[in-house]
Design a protein around this ligand. Structure first.
Ligand SMILES: *Cc1c(COP(=O)(O)O)cnc(C)c1O
Ligand code: SF4
Length: 335
């Protein structure tokens, strides 16, 4: 297709401003000015697929809460940090984060289909985040090529499934051609937030990978598994991609045993194995989503007795100051 950019053109109907949201009935008129102020600092995007999931009659709708800007985002709590994961010291070249042995992140772009109000990378991701330029991408791939201790390349961002299938396919081919790379992983919110982007061309690009490819889908509420999302995930599954789920424990979204059980069961029905439940990282202006670790542990204990072992993720926390991810439990031995 002539003139198509490497970064896919989103549906024109994606809502990208406070005014768009108010127009669509997703923001009361008197909340528009404050939301617009938030929008000058943090990107806003709500896809048609997500907008359709929101119950406009429910002021506490768990889908809306994840995406509709709120004035509290401009208030930074004392414990919140601009870069909660402290990735900077672990960036050997632009676009790469190498923190753990054997695996490293490649961030080919910083755009997402939607912008989550609790995002731990909120200071970096956004509509103007753009795509890693050709020289930087070559530099990043060169790092993977010569760093032969890396067995697993993890594409994240931003959202790698926002790339054109051709460009994504080209990156995956380069990585899998490296003899030391045994596994490829992609982290994405596209299958639930923009299932229309899971086209035959995208499925084809993923299906062409011959090494094991894991797709880790970010979803936080059972309702995100719409019939379109489940179909998109089925298409991806049929290409041989292994589907994993990752969620963030969020106040007002999934902070009850019922909500977590429903979420994990919805994942399994969509062929997605719950992998991680993340403790919220303290990014600026996200305090209204925080659930204390003790409460998270109690919730998981209560869920454990009610679901298949397949439904149970590992509850993990990013330790402050760059100490990395650790599992939180709950522990049972001797308790
Ligand atoms: C989370 C993360 C990974 C992947 O960790 P897993 O435990 O293997 O899922 C890799 N690198 C960085 C920097 C991460 O934050
Ligand atoms: S999709 Fe992921 S990276 Fe993008 S805004 Fe949401 S949490 Fe952040």
């Amino acid at each position: 297709m002539p003139g198509i950019s490497s970064h896919r053109i989103m549906s024109a109907r994606t809502l990208r401003s406070a005014a768009d949201l108010a127009h669509a009935g997703l923001l009361p008129a008197d909340a528009m000015e404050a939301a617009a102020r938030v929008g000058t600092r943090y990107s806003i995007a709500v896809t048609p697929a997500v907008a359709a999931l929101i119950d406009r009659a429910d002021p506490a709708d768990p889908i809306a809460r994840q995406y509709i800007p709120h004035p509290a985002e401009l208030l930074t709590a004392p414990h919140e940090q601009e870069d909660p994961t402290a990735d900077a010291p672990f960036t050997p070249v632009e676009g790469v984060v190498h923190r753990y042995p054997g695996r490293a992140l490649l961030k080919p772009l910083l755009a997402c289909p939607v912008y989550c109000r609790f995002c731990f990378r909120r200071e970096a991701v956004g509509a103007d985040g753009g795509v890693l330029g050709e020289p930087a991408l070559e530099g990043a791939l060169g790092w993977f090529q010569r760093t032969t201790t890396i067995r697993e390349a993890i594409l994240t961002g931003g959202d790698p499934l926002m790339l054109s299938p051709r460009r994504l396919g080209a990156i995956l081919r380069r990585l899998e051609a490296m003899p030391h790379i045994e596994l490829l992983r992609i982290h994405s919110r596209v299958p639930v937030a923009a299932p229309d982007l899971v086209t035959p061309a995208l499925a084809g690009a993923l299906g062409a990978v011959t090494k094991p490819l894991y797709l880790c889908v970010h979803a936080n509420h059972a309702r995100e598994f719409s019939s379109a999302a489940v179909e998109a995930l089925g298409r991806l599954h049929r290409t041989g991609v292994v589907l994993l789920g990752q969620s963030v424990l969020l106040r007002g979204v999934n902070d009850s045993t019922e909500a977590l059980e429903a979420l994990f069961r919805a994942m399994l029905r969509a062929r997605v194995k719950p992998y991680y439940l993340h403790q919220l990282d303290p990014a600026p202006g996200t305090a209204r989503f925080a659930v204390p670790v003790e409460e998270g542990l109690a919730l998981l204990r209560a869920v454990r007795g009610r679901v298949s072992g397949l439904a149970w993720p590992t509850y993990v926390q990013e330790r402050p100051g760059g100490a990395g991810k650790v599992p939180l439990g709950p522990a049972y031995a001797g308790s």
